[in-house]
Design a protein around this ligand. Structure first.
Ligand SMILES: Cc1cc2nc3c(=O)[nH]c(=O)nc-3n(C[C@H](O)[C@H](O)[C@H](O)COP(=O)(O)O)c2cc1C
Length: 298
């Protein structure tokens, strides 16, 4: 099973079966941490497994989840990072690396916003000097949506639908699950200037249609899909829309998640390279609330 297939499978699970993971699946998840991305060594990031999620969840009502509505799951990871942007970004990158590996086992996941970090730590009984930046809910999904969901959620007039790009393996007979809006790949891509809105043909000529297409599956806070790609002089810059209402650490988590997805897409399209996560700048000013968050060297 290649990584792109896993990306197509991915969606957030909010409704979990009321029993824990099997010991075999827990061992499988533990085993993934034996060969994490090299970046983990310098990231300052820690993932702490929480065994008894159903007991914990009621205590976190009002403290975690959109509008303080906690997602109840049999287990969680508490995601800790050092209190700076690079560590937050790497928490997103490594957390999503883990989730993409883990969905091979049909285990469901959902990132959860932590609204009151100190109170959440107290309830967890953790005394870490690090900052808790998110929770990740873990368990078996109650309902599994088939890939026709992706059709249901394509916006009318969106040129980058699956049919146009010819992606196979779609079961059109399946019941559609909950719709989620996707940005088109042209909305996310710019050549030379951030104002540019390219044709699909141009994106294809550069071989970037596949990696950018798969960005549509990446999870993001409130499904904002804040990522943009500026292709210029042999580099790809990731620029993000960062509205003021999004907390600072979450902006960086979304950045790291997007960087992991794009890298998986690039690798599967034959590009190899690496991300530069910090010390970034562009000669020109970007519109308000847009920020450069990464540069891909290939
Ligand atoms: C950093 C982050 C925080 C999130 N927090 C929550 C949350 O608190 N509650 C929730 O229901 N979903 C949360 N999500 C899930 C997103 O809403 C979801 O990824 C997005 O709507 C896209 O749907 P999908 O993951 O099924 O593709 C979060 C996602 C991210 C990346």
């Amino acid at each position: 099973m290649n990584d792109m297939y896993l990306v197509e499978k991915r969606h957030s699970t909010r409704d979990f079966k009321h029993y824990p993971l099997t010991d075999e699946d827990k061992r499988y998840l533990d085993g993934l941490w034996e060969s994490p991305p090299d970046l983990i060594k310098t990231s300052g990031v820690e993932f702490k497994f929480i065994e008894d999620g159903f007991n914990l969840a009621p205590k976190l009502e009002g403290l975690a989840g959109y509008f303080g509505i906690m997602i109840h799951a049999p287990h969680y990871y508490a995601v800790y990072a050092d209190a700076h942007d690079l560590s937050y970004k790497l928490a997103g990158y490594i957390g999503e690396w883990f989730i993409l590996k883990a969905i091979k086992r049909d285990i469901g996941f959902c990132w959860i916003e932590v609204k009151e970090p100190e109170s959440v730590k107290v309830n967890l009984g953790h005394h870490s000097p690090k900052e808790i930046v998110a929770l990740i809910a873990i368990g078996y999904p109650k309902r599994e949506f088939k890939q026709s969901t992706i059709y249901a959620s394509s916006r009318p007039g969106n040129l980058s639908t699956l049919t146009e790009l010819g992606y196979p393996n779609i079961d059109l007979q399946a019941d559609p699950g909950p719709a989620r809006a996707h940005k088109s790949i042209m909305e996310m891509t710019h050549f030379e200037s951030f104002d540019d809105v390219p044709s699909l043909n141009k994106i294809e000529q550069y071989g970037l249609n596949r990696p950018i297409f798969y960005m549509r599956y990446a999870p993001s806070y409130k499904n904002l899909q804040p990522w943009h790609f500026l292709i210029r002089s042999g580099n790809i810059y990731m620029i993000m829309h960062q509205p003021d209402f999004v907390p600072e650490s979450i902006k960086c988590l979304d950045a790291g998640i997007g960087m992991l997805y794009f890298e998986v897409g690039l690798n599967s399209s034959g590009f190899s390279g690496h991300w530069q996560f910090d010390n970034l700048s562009l000669p020109e000013a970007l519109p308000p609330n847009y920020k450069i968050v990464g540069k891909y060297h290939y």
